[in-house]
Ligand binder design. Sequence first.
Ligand SMILES: *[C@@H]1O[C@H](CO)[C@@H](O)[C@H](O)[C@H]1NC(C)=O
Ligand SMILES: *[C@@H]1O[C@H](CO)[C@@H](O)[C@H](O)[C@H]1NC(C)=O
Ligand SMILES: *[C@@H]1O[C@H](CO)[C@@H](O)[C@H](O)[C@H]1NC(C)=O
Ligand SMILES: *[C@@H]1O[C@H](CO)[C@@H](O)[C@H](O)[C@H]1NC(C)=O
Ligand SMILES: *[C@@H]1O[C@H](CO)[C@@H](O)[C@H](O)[C@H]1NC(C)=O
Ligand SMILES: *[C@@H]1O[C@H](CO)[C@@H](O)[C@H](O)[C@H]1NC(C)=O
Ligand SMILES: *[C@@H]1O[C@H](CO)[C@@H](O)[C@H](O)[C@H]1NC(C)=O
Ligand SMILES: *[C@@H]1O[C@H](CO)[C@@H](O)[C@H](O)[C@H]1NC(C)=O
Ligand SMILES: *[C@@H]1O[C@H](CO)[C@@H](O)[C@H](O)[C@H]1NC(C)=O
Ligand SMILES: *[C@@H]1O[C@H](CO)[C@@H](O)[C@H](O)[C@H]1NC(C)=O
Ligand SMILES: CC(=O)N[C@H]1CO[C@H](CO)[C@@H](O)[C@@H]1O
Ligand SMILES: CC(=O)N[C@H]1CO[C@H](CO)[C@@H](O)[C@@H]1O
Length: 810
Amino acid sequence: MNSAFLLTLLLAVAVGSHVVDLPSKALFKVGDRRELACKMSSCPEKVTFSWTSLEDKPLYATVNNKDRESVLVFENVTQYHENTIVCKAYCGKESKQAKTKITVYSFPRNPVISGYDRLILGNESVLDCEVSSVYPSEFFEVQWLKGDKVLKTDEGKYGTDVLSSSYTFIPSSEDDGKAITCRATLSLVEMINETKETSGRMKVLSAPRNVNVSGATAVSLGSNLTLTCEAEGNPKPEFTWTALKPDGQSVEMGKSQDLFMHNVSLSDAGTYQCDVSNDLDRQNTRVSVIVQAPPMDTLIVVSPQSSLKEGDTVSISCKSSSVPVTQVVLSRRENNKDRELMTSKGNETYVILSVKLSDSGMFVCEAFNEHGSQRTTLNLTVEAHFLEVELQPDSVIVSDRGSSLVLSCQASSCPRPEFSWKNLSNMPILRQNKTVGFQSQLFLDPVELEDEGTYLCEVTCGSIKKSKQTEVKVFSFPTSPIIKGSGPGLVGEMRKLTCTVQEVFPANHFQILWMDGEIEMYSEFGSFSNGTTNLTSVYPYSMDRKDQGKLITCKVLLNMRGVPAAQGVRTASTTLSIHYPPRATKITVSPLTELKEGETVSISCVSDSFPVGRTVLSRVSDGIQTELIASDGVETLLTLPSVELDDSGFYVCQASNMYGNHSDSVEITVNAPPRNTTVEVLPSTDVHEGQNITICCRSVSFPPPVVVLSKLDSETNIYSLDGNFLLINLTPNDTGLYQVNVTNDLGYETEIFSINVIEKRYDPPLGWNDLIIPAISLGAAAALLSVVVNVLRARKMGSYDLTKCNLGTV
Ligand SMILES: *[C@@H]1O[C@H](CO)[C@@H](O)[C@H](O)[C@H]1NC(C)=O
Ligand SMILES: *[C@@H]1O[C@H](CO)[C@@H](O)[C@H](O)[C@H]1NC(C)=O
Ligand SMILES: *[C@@H]1O[C@H](CO)[C@@H](O)[C@H](O)[C@H]1NC(C)=O
Ligand SMILES: *[C@@H]1O[C@H](CO)[C@@H](O)[C@H](O)[C@H]1NC(C)=O
Ligand SMILES: *[C@@H]1O[C@H](CO)[C@@H](O)[C@H](O)[C@H]1NC(C)=O
Ligand SMILES: *[C@@H]1O[C@H](CO)[C@@H](O)[C@H](O)[C@H]1NC(C)=O
Ligand SMILES: *[C@@H]1O[C@H](CO)[C@@H](O)[C@H](O)[C@H]1NC(C)=O
Ligand SMILES: *[C@@H]1O[C@H](CO)[C@@H](O)[C@H](O)[C@H]1NC(C)=O
Ligand SMILES: *[C@@H]1O[C@H](CO)[C@@H](O)[C@H](O)[C@H]1NC(C)=O
Ligand SMILES: *[C@@H]1O[C@H](CO)[C@@H](O)[C@H](O)[C@H]1NC(C)=O
Ligand SMILES: CC(=O)N[C@H]1CO[C@H](CO)[C@@H](O)[C@@H]1O
Ligand SMILES: CC(=O)N[C@H]1CO[C@H](CO)[C@@H](O)[C@@H]1O
């Protein structure tokens, strides 16, 4: 600055006689107090000065005039003082002027930098630099420097009084501690070249990183273990060691970088974690500590552990815990040699899906590592299943053709039985089967003749094979027999009954039995046939009346063991129908055929015919037949509640049907004691001596009566069978009362009458004994009579009507 003044001074000296002495340039600093002197030293007199501003603004200064000098005082320079000022000096009449250009600047403070002391490693960071109260800003330049290296240059912009500059970068770890400088430079050409700068040391923070554990992680049992945890990070991280137990617990092992363990045991093996942390973050790393030892706890484990049965799935595990192993070998001990089954790097499990008996034996598990080996053995015992097979139905099953038969085979004590159905002929079984779990079923549905045979259910259970068999027998007996040829026939004809039973099997086990009621009459057996047959039996018979209505049964028997009783027999029955004309017609009178008048009689007629026809009961009397009763059927009954003599006669019963007729008859006699006896004396009861008298005695009776005539005063009886008496040559001695006694078995009736004989004088009169002569001599008594008897039989049966006493006829 001083040199600048010197320069302006020198220039002013160069002017003519009177010279206005005024620096041509002036550089003011804001805030300073500055004076600007305008001199004209060469003027001997008092000089008059005037100050004018060339720019359109006031001078903002006070003037302090002296004789040959005028001082413009700027008490407090501001940017408004920038101006070009003219100083005009008057020396007398002569005036001279000079001008000066005032330039103002402001650059009072150093730059202020921020953001450099907490940089984050790797994060984009912004450093700020601020320079305040600058003027004229456009002449400033702000620079960022790292060490000597310029990182960035910003030009000041016009019109601000604060300069700002940012520097954006990604700090690296090398930046930590390095100086960063913000340099501001004001360059006003030929006037000022001022620089201010501020530096700071960068601080680059970083989260812990590159965490690393060094040291041997595999240690021998009993030795010491040292692990060192290393990490980078700013600020310097802190370390914590933690043991992570298998059960999830974590145990702090120390807060230092090193983890030290003395005399390690197997339980010290495991995972250890090194935690690294600083203000910014935390990090960790884990290491597995292996305790090296020969294999220990080598185990051979069989699962399931219970007794093994053939076919079970078994797994044999070979494991070695606690110590790392390099190889595990499972072998089978055979003939004192190990046969390797499996080899692996760690644990291994050998699975036998279906163990066999031959899998029994020793298994060896050997674990190896670089420190040695360990061997364990297992004695595997496999037992056979106690297989049991049951077949239902068992032994022999007799099945109805067309029915449904299911053979059920059940296996027990075997977890996975294998079923197989066979027959004895080893032919394929075409029938449907169904096997589920422990049961296999064979469906013979419907049962056919071809299904006959022996069926085997064979079950295999590992090495065990068992079978059960059953024999299936088929029978066919679907319908009842049918009898033919049993229609009606005439007695004496020969007939054949046939009995047919259809579709039977096995025919040779069938028997056809003909039965008359319960009596077996004839039987026939079927003969062998390989298929179903129709069996027929013929039974000839003669139509005999005694077989009428007989129930003939055709009984078909299936004589085969196992056939249900209900299915083993079927029958058909027919009733014989024998036709014949009526026979054995029988008329029966009850109670007797000889009756007393008034009694009750029943006349029944029974006949035998088939088919039944008609029965007619008639009475025949005097050759005239009177039909009394007729009925459809083989019997008829007539009841006479009170018989009369007229009912006597022949009773004829005639039965008839389409084949003929047959009759029977009976005589019925009705007896009655004499009654209604009348005596007729002819010509008169009064006769003359010597005359003849006919006595006609009439009576109703049956059987015919004996009529006894007796004179009441005599002891002589005259008998007459017809009731007529002829008294000849009567004498007065014959005058008297006479009695007729009409008698039959049932009783008698008497009539008394008188005869009066008028005397005629001649003598001697004949004795009574000589005069009365019975009409018909009967025995000794009859010989006494000389009576002519004319017996007339009454038209009505059973009565005598002595209507005529014809003396002329004897
Ligand atoms: C100069 O002026 C500024 C602003 O106008 C003011 O802040 C400062 O106090 C002044 N200085 C003096 C010595 O008057
Ligand atoms: C300012 O000074 C520096 C060194 O002192 C120089 O390099 C630069 O050129 C100067 N600038 C001006 C405008 O004089
Ligand atoms: C293990 O460390 C203990 C001290 O803690 C020391 O006495 C011992 O000798 C070390 N053992 C080995 C094998 O270095
Ligand atoms: C082997 O089995 C044991 C016991 O079950 C277990 O502790 C161990 O971690 C297993 N090892 C491997 C490598 O699986
Ligand atoms: C294995 O077990 C069976 C049955 O328990 C026994 O008879 C056999 O001797 C055992 N074998 C060995 C080698 O122990
Ligand atoms: C069941 O029937 C099928 C086919 O008909 C046959 O392959 C299978 O062997 C039968 N099963 C048995 C247990 O016989
Ligand atoms: C029965 O025997 C005949 C010949 O003897 C044969 O053709 C037929 O196939 C046999 N039927 C059955 C069911 O065996
Ligand atoms: C048995 O009789 C029926 C009916 O008459 C007939 O259809 C069938 O063919 C007969 N069967 C035999 C084996 O003769
Ligand atoms: C028989 O006598 C009875 C009375 O005793 C009489 O009613 C009846 O008519 C007589 N009959 C004849 C045929 O004379
Ligand atoms: C009639 O005759 C019968 C039998 O001969 C006899 O019993 C009866 O007493 C006689 N009657 C009279 C009245 O004589
Ligand atoms: C008078 C009269 O006629 N008498 C007769 C009676 O019967 C006897 C014998 O039959 C006769 O010889 C009589 O003439
Ligand atoms: C003719 C005749 O015999 N007369 C006799 C009638 O009865 C009396 C007495 O009994 C007799 O003396 C008669 O002789």
